[in-house]
Design a protein around this ligand. Sequence first.
Ligand SMILES: C[S@@+](CC[C@H](N)C(=O)[O-])C[C@H]1O[C@@H](n2cnc3c(N)ncnc32)[C@H](O)[C@@H]1O
Length: 204
Amino acid sequence: MRLYHHFVFPYLLDAVMSNRRLHAPRQRTLAPARGRILEIGFGTGRNLPHYPPDVRRIEAIDPDLDLDRYSLPRIARAPIEVDFHHLDAEHLPFEDRRYDTVVSTFTLCSIPDVEHALAEIRRVLKPGGQFLFLEHGRSPDPAVARLQDRLNSAWRPLAGGCHLNRPMRDLVAASGLVPGSVRSYYLERVPRFAGWFTEGVAQR
Ligand SMILES: C[S@@+](CC[C@H](N)C(=O)[O-])C[C@H]1O[C@@H](n2cnc3c(N)ncnc32)[C@H](O)[C@@H]1O
């Protein structure tokens, strides 16, 4: 399992996250990014080409050192400056009200204590700041949700701790962030147990 986590999983993650069908959702989600920006769960850096052209700099965090061999070369080639740190989102060493924008794409599923992370996101956002998110999660279709519940414990260790069945919109709302323009849908040609996407903006 160690070899899998060090070598196989980073390769698989980068390949899956580069899927062209994710480009448009990434672009839509990142379109409002502005001001001082923090991206949590930076992964292999697959959001970098999708920031609006006027974004010149972001700060980014990810705890997984095994992803560096994909993310660091991408950071070096990026047209925007990336101030990157190995950190987890549950313990952000940043002052209150620092950011105009916090970004999370396909990350809330993998954070062990997601409620704590969302509280941190809210804390570091300025009043009126925006949380931009694009996540897969619990389907509203009971049959799909039951399948997600059944698959979850086998899926998680193979998929970097990813939960299939988290209710993303509810989790964001429960954190005290206020969902604004948010929509949910099945991404075409993705199995439904992994394809219920929620994307949008929540305000501090
Ligand atoms: C499915 S990947 C998504 C990567 C990237 N956001 C993307 O859209 O391509 C999930 C990411 O969450 C990161 N992650 C896991 N636990 C985390 C935590 N506690 N805090 C922040 N990020 C975490 C993983 O290391 C991984 O990079």
